[in-house]
Design a protein around this ligand. Structure first.
Ligand SMILES: Nc1ncnc2c1ncn2[C@@H]1O[C@H](COP(=O)(O)OP(=O)(O)OP(=O)(O)O)[C@@H](O)[C@H]1O
Ligand SMILES: CC(C)(CO)[C@@H](O)C(=O)[O-]
Ligand code: BAL
Length: 283
């Protein structure tokens, strides 16, 4: 294996010093799939050296969430990183990242972080931004790659980088899907065969909505809702058509760039998906 693996801060410091040119980082929680591989490929096209972080961050999980059962596949993850030409993997344990336990000082995701995912997962984005800030400080990249699949997370990381002058470029990577439309996600491993079939309603709803996007927001919302109500095993948490910067609902007369976001429970698994689209008016 030519990928260097660092588990401690000292190992990271030594390995980071050896990286040359532009450095990119791809942050993950492990259980890597082709979506993560795509982030790495984009990072390699853009930068001279690529770091992947693999860290299941306890700070972003609520007390009743799936931290304990989250898939852990480190050996396969390291193989994927090696295959994809990753220079350095940083895979610390929680005590390396949080030596004093829960940090007393955290990054606040503010009002944007309290909406949608944040409303269903209180404190989630404070936990995400805190670990992303720490990983940016530790790995010192010029550019960081994040998936559009986690649209609210991407928006908040961009805002943090701008608002707090991190000086790191944030690059978005479009959502990678299975051929049948399902957005790749580490949590797809929880789905039974029936769940997986049921879960296809999410991407089907997004596509149905996109097909009528020129008719405006009402048509878009209705088309997506119609698909989801036809699938009673999908328990919708939210389905919203919002302004990509504010995450506020776009009004009925709106024309321009919007994003349709969905979160739903399928069986015991909570899934999210989204589709950016230009709504209203000519194409
Ligand atoms: N299908 C995908 N396409 C593009 N990027 C993705 C995809 N899935 C995850 N990512 C991105 O990979 C990075 C790491 O995400 P993470 O490790 O949480 O994977 P995940 O599949 O989103 O996991 P989970 O199922 O827990 O949400 C994030 O920037 C995330 O947006
Ligand atoms: C950005 C991230 C790696 C922070 O733990 C996580 O939220 C994720 O995998 O999307
Ligand atoms: N993929 C986003 C991180 C999380 O769900 O905790």
């Amino acid at each position: 294996m030519s990928t260097v693996v660092a588990r401690t801060r000292d190992e990271l410091t030594v390995a980071r010093e050896k990286l040359t040119g532009t450095v990119a980082v791809v942050m993950t929680m492990g259980a890597l799939h082709s979506g993560h591989a795509e982030l790495v490929r984009r990072a390699r096209q853009r930068a001279d050296s690529v770091i992947v972080t693999i860290f299941l961050n306890p700070l972003q999980f609520g007390p009743n969430e799936d931290l304990a059962k989250y898939p852990r596949t480190l050996e396969a993850d390291l193989e994927l990183c090696d295959r994809e030409g990753v220079d350095l993997v940083f895979t610390p344990s929680p005590d390396v990242i949080y030596p004093g336990g829960d940090p007393g000082v955290k990054i606040s995701a503010g009002a944007l972080g309290a909406k949608l995912e944040g409303a269903s997962r209180p404190g989630h984005f404070d936990g995400v931004l805190t670990v992303v800030a720490k990983m940016l400080h530790l790995t010192r990249p010029q550019v960081a790659f994040f998936g559009q699949k986690d649209a609210q997370q991407l928006l908040l990381i961009r805002r943090m980088s701008q608002d707090l002058d991190f000086g790191c470029e944030i690059v978005a990577v479009p959502t990678v899907r299975e051929t049948d439309g399902l957005a790749l996600s580490s949590r797809n491993r929880y789905l039974t065969e029936l769940d997986r079939q049921t879960a296809l309603a999410l991407s089907r709803a997004l596509r149905a909505a996109e097909a009528v996007r020129r008719q405006g927001p009402s048509a878009v919302r209705r088309a997506a809702r119609d698909v989801l109500v036809a699938e009673p095993l999908v328990l919708v948490d939210y389905l919203v058509l919002v302004d990509p910067a504010s995450l506020d609902d776009v009004p009925e007369w709106f024309q321009g760039e919007a994003v349709l976001l969905v979160a739903a429970k399928v069986g015991t698994t909570r899934l999210i998906d989204n589709l950016p689209m230009v709504v209203g008016g000519p194409a």
